[in-house]
Design a binder for this molecule. Sequence first.
Ligand SMILES: [Zn+2]
Length: 388
Amino acid sequence: MTLAKLPPQPKLENCSLEFQYEIHERRKTQNRQWAIASIVYSLGCIAFIAVPSLNSITKTLWRTAQLPTTDSMKSVAVLNYSKDPDFTKPIQKGDVILGYEVTSGFGKRVAPISGASEDHKGIDLATPEGTPLYVIGNVESKDGFTGYGDVFCDNNLFGTNKEGVAAYVKVPNFPDLEFVYWHLKSCISGRLAVGSKFAETGNTGNSSGAHLHFGVRVVGDWAALNFKSEWQHPTTGVLRWSLEGKEPQKVANKSTVEKLRNAIAGQESNHDSKAVNPHSNALGYGQVMPENIKSWTKQCLGEELTEAEFLANKSKQITVIDCKLKEALEEVGQTTTDEDLKVRKVASIWYSGDPSLYDNPRPQTYGTGSYPSIREYTLQVLDRYKKQ
Ligand SMILES: [Zn+2]
């Protein structure tokens, strides 16, 4: 990867109306920092023009641009994006994130170089030079507009050499926020796919050693005609996302698996570890199909059990069920972050082998037995899951 050059200044009139409006606002506020955010968007301006629906919205925006912006048009800060506690946990000095220590926290501190007191706008993470950074955001989205992030790299834009090589990233998942990465070794500007590498951490600018300065700024939501610029205390989840290239998953902790196991066992066998299905011969607490017993016990217990041995040992059944549920949770975690959907998709895997059938309404039969549709089954499992 090479150092990014400053992109050419786009002609304002070639940009989207949305971007032009942004510039207009920035000029009005005469805030130098805003110019950076504007240039971030300039990278996306051609793409914006290509989206007709957005373009029509921006035309309306432009027409109403003379309206004063007011604080009553409040936008929603979106750092509470996920239920994962990581996303609401402010990063503190001394935290260790993915093995890297947080050497400086957010807010008032004594500046490491000048020694003067300053307001630290982000946090510092002791990453070695060359640590990759990835565009955060979801590939899957309802609005059809995510999947990309706008990255603007600048190298000493204002000549202060404070930030060194810096990246400013906007992603549709967090429309109010701008993510800021300073002291980079390298950076790639442009509209990049989420999960792709856009930079490597370094030791450029006013930096007393290799580290990443990470900041989060609330810049407001254009659609709500709400503009602002406030530094926010960064949280662990978004930083982890930047470092890992995928949304930090809740570790499939015991209670999630336990709740799923209880829900499925209730549905399958009414919690009877000796139950045998008269039509399919499915066995035990989780009603495991006989043809799966050998491979699943080998995989999860390290020993192949016979059907009779499996049926006779409840705790081994539970170990096997938990092991397969964990596997299923990991699989569905790749496709959705919605908690309810995860449970239903795992239930669908358990019932049909296929997570995508979770909402299939067709009644199921096995031999002469008739069974609930996959939709009914997964809804019932979800209901049982939620009652715990
Ligand atoms: Zn810093």
